[in-house]
Design a protein around this ligand. Structure first.
Ligand code: CAA
Length: 259
């Protein structure tokens, strides 16, 4: 499919999604959100894909929702714009396959929210994170008030959102917002390597683990361990379980079939 504001490529088992509006530091306008919605349908349809990398073109990951577009919105239009972003990010978060944000630069407002909708985040040492919305007279509207507190706890979420101050990658690592920080010129290689590690593991098991974490994380512990119990049992129905365990017992490396 043709896209104007994003790029999407597939290399073997790994998909790469690039927000491509560098002239506006990849700010998310309605067009980007619509194209993201379309590409996520395309990604969902591709059953061979095992992992998705999300990143930004140029010096920015995403510098937020588009302030120019938002500046003239009425309350109802503002609500609809927020709803559109929330739905697209929830779709990304709910993809069956793992997603990795390769945060190459500014991850502000909607950009931080986009990164938080991925399963984990690897940052360049040049990346900058923040939820600067209250400085613009609004609040985070693409999931920031909810996902940030779930990732870093309410204290840091309130600290960042009320003060609207940005933090560098090392601080983001310290508070658990990102999982690794690497030199900017090594980001692509490192993230591709991690994506390869994910893709080399049993794909059905990885997807079931994602489901267990995402669904279990939202319910009480008794319901959550029941979810794990059922999904753990289900993994024994796969050929990959047989291949993985036989390979171990034969001192070989398993080649998983995604079955
Ligand atoms: N929306 C629209 N355009 C943006 C943008 C945004 N969020 N961020 C940057 N741009 C545009 C700039 O207007 C500029 O365009 P022109 O060349 O046409 O003037 C271009 O990108 C380059 O930006 P700067 O010249 O400002 O670059 P800089 O290096 O001096 O500064 C920056 C970089 C610190 C990221 C600065 O651009 C900035 O502060 N951007 C806004 C960040 C922000 O507040 N994001 C939150 C948006 S609100 C939100 O996201 C709501 C939500 O939760 C849904």
């Amino acid at each position: 499919m043709d896209y104007k504001t994003i790029k999407y490529t597939v290399d073997g088992y790994i998909g790469r999604l690039i927000i491509n509006r560098p002239e506006a530091l990849n700010a998310l306008n309605s067009e980007v959100l619509s194209e993201l919605n379309r590409v996520l349908c395309e990604i969902k349809e591709n059953k061979d894909l095992r992992v998705l990398i999300v990143t930004g073109e140029g010096r920015s990951f995403v510098a937020g929702a588009d302030i120019k577009e938002m500046s003239t919105l009425s309350p109802l239009e503002g609500k609809a714009f927020g709803k559109k972003g929330l739905q697209v990010f929830r779709k990304l978060e709910s993809l069956e396959i793992p997603t990795i944000a390769a945060v190459n630069g500014f991850a502000l407002g909607g950009g931080c929210e986009l990164a938080m909708s991925c399963d984990f985040r690897i940052a360049s040492d040049k990346a900058l994170f923040g939820q600067p919305e209250t400085g613009l007279g609004i609040l985070p509207g693409f999931g920031g008030t909810q996902r940030l507190q779930r990732l870093v706890g309410q204290g840091y979420a309130k600290y960042l959102i009320y003060t609207s101050q940005n933090i560098k990658a090392d601080k983001a690592l310290e508070i658990g917002l990102v999982q690794e920080v690497v030199p900017a010129d090594e980001l692509e290689e490192r993230v591709t390597k991690l994506a390869g590690k994910v893709a080399a593991n049993a794909p059905v098991a990885v997807r079931l683990a994602k489901e267990a974490i995402n669904v279990g994380g939202q319910v009480d512990i008794d319901s959550a361990i029941k979810i794990e119990e059922n999904l753990f049992g289900l993994s024994f129905a796969t050929e990959d379980q047989k291949d993985g365990m036989n390979a171990f017992l034969n001192k070989e490396k398993a080649e998983f079939k995604n079955k």
